[in-house]
Ligand binder design. Structure first.
Ligand code: NAD
Ligand code: ZN
Ligand code: ZN
Length: 389
């Protein structure tokens, strides 16, 4: 089959690779009909995630048709249309029973690698380095889906691929980030990053009852989408002091909750931005927590800082004193996607959410390497790319 294969930093190629096969009785093979490029893939692309190997197939947002089933998968049939959640979860362990699917303790065969770096291991993830299992990803014609009796959700007729594809990751991610904010009536929520995750975090914050959502980015087309499609008030961080502006907009108190939907590749202005760039390049920190620092400093006393943005290792100058002395709550995690797929599918069906509004580009799988370049460089006002194998 053809697949989008990682060969090194900023080097992806469409290669011919062996078709996946059923290895375990709870596996399924899915023939992929739609897949997407995620902001998390950029961290692989730009070489910030350790334990990637030449030959790894990437991609973790995908859906398609079931073409083969292991003997223990009873809830699916050949021909079913399914969306596959990006974390791989067994459904039976302590964490899965708590619905903490992204930290399943049975799905990462390389748990020892993660334990060295993080103390304990999270779940396996499709197409996301050997640290999280070395699983082949979904930017391909076919994928092997382990624990297929737990993860994939069947899609009813009448919904297009584009309406449901983002149930695999970014829609639940934006939703979980907003849910973590404990939104009360009248709440003001600030969201750093107007990428796909930021857009769904804004929309979810409104769905969950926020009075006002303030969104922060610097690209005009992303700010425009946040205003026009997601109903946010926007701030361009290149033009003003974000923490000061947020204080001013909230009577000096600060937003009730702050969401970092940027993650480890944040861009920074001036000397502060240069500081993190240099430290990251020298390997003295593994991410640039520019948005995270602002989210902490801006948040009102006793508020929540919710972090869907991905971080890999160690960060510098996190204002722990601000968190401790002002009673902030930090909530974060890879998304427990399996927990949100059904309720969010319902919200799509009844018209409360239209995930298709964020799609700006559609391409053939064969053009994925070019798509990555566009998405990474924000060319052609690119915000979300859907790939068709
Ligand atoms: P994206 O790269 O399209 O969006 C990031 C946005 O942040 C960009 O629009 C960029 O301009 C903006 N930005 C950069 N620096 C900023 C700053 N200092 N202040 C404000 N905005 C800034 O990516 P995405 O797909 O929207 O993903 C966002 C983050 O969420 C990534 O880190 C991704 O890895 C992560 N993510 C996490 C999960 C999860 O399970 N927790 C799932 C999906 C994605
Ligand atoms: Zn993702
Ligand atoms: Zn489990």
């Amino acid at each position: 089959m053809r697949a989008n294969v990682w060969h090194g930093k900023r080097d992806l190629r469409i290669d011919n690779v062996p078709d996946p096969e059923i290895l375990n009785p709870r596996d399924a093979i899915v023939k992929i009909t739609s897949t997407a490029i995620c902001g998390s893939d950029l961290h692989l692309y730009n070489g910030f995630v350790p334990t990637m190997e030449k030959g790894d197939i990437i991609g973790h947002e995908f859906m398609g048709e079931v073409v083969e089933l292991g003997s223990e998968v009873k809830n699916l049939k050949i021909g079913d249309r399914v969306v596959v959640p990006f974390p791989i979860a067994c459904g039976r362990c302590f964490f899965c029973e708590e619905q903490l699917y992204s930290v399943c303790e049975n799905s990462n065969p390389n748990a020892w690698m993660a334990e060295k770096m993080w103390g304990h291991s999270p779940a396996g993830i499709f197409g996301y380095s050997h640290l999280t299992g070395g699983y082949a990803g979904g930017q391909a014609e076919y994928a092997r889906v382990p624990f297929a009796d737990v993860g994939p959700i069947k899609i009813p007729d009448g919904l297009s691929d584009e309406q449901v594809l983002f149930l695999s990751d970014i829609l639940p991610t934006g939703y979980m980030a907003a849910e973590a904010c404990d939104i009360k009536p009248g709440a003001v929520v600030a969201v750093w990053g107007c990428g796909p995750v930021g857009q769904f975090a804004i929309q979810s914050a409104y769905l969950l009852g926020a009075e006002q959502v303030i969104a922060i980015d610097r690209f005009p087309e992303r700010l425009r989408m946040a205003r026009e499609k997601s109903r946010a008030i926007t701030l361009n961080y290149a033009e003003l002091d974000v923490v000061g502006a947020l204080k001013e907009m909230t009577g000096g108190r600060g937003p009730d909750a702050c969401i970092d939907a940027v993650g480890l590749e944040a861009h920074g202005m001036g000397a502060a931005g240069a500081y993190d760039r240099v430290k990251q390049a020298l390997g003295l920190e593994t991410g640039r927590p520019i948005a995270l620092r602002e989210a902490i400093m801006a948040c009102r006393n006793g508020g929540v800082v919710s972090i869907p943005g991905v971080y890999g290792g160690f960060l510098d100058k996190i204002p722990m004193g601000s968190i401790m002395n002002r009673s902030l709550t930090i909530r974060t995690g890879q998304t427990h996607v399996q927990r949100y797929m059904k309720p969010l599918l319902e919200r799509i069906r009844n018209g409360e959410i239209d995930p298709t509004v964020i799609i700006t580009h559609r391409m053939a799988l064969d053009d994925a390497p070019r798509g990555f370049e566009m998405f990474a460089n924000k060319e052609d006002e690119c915000i979300k790319i859907v790939l068709k194998p």
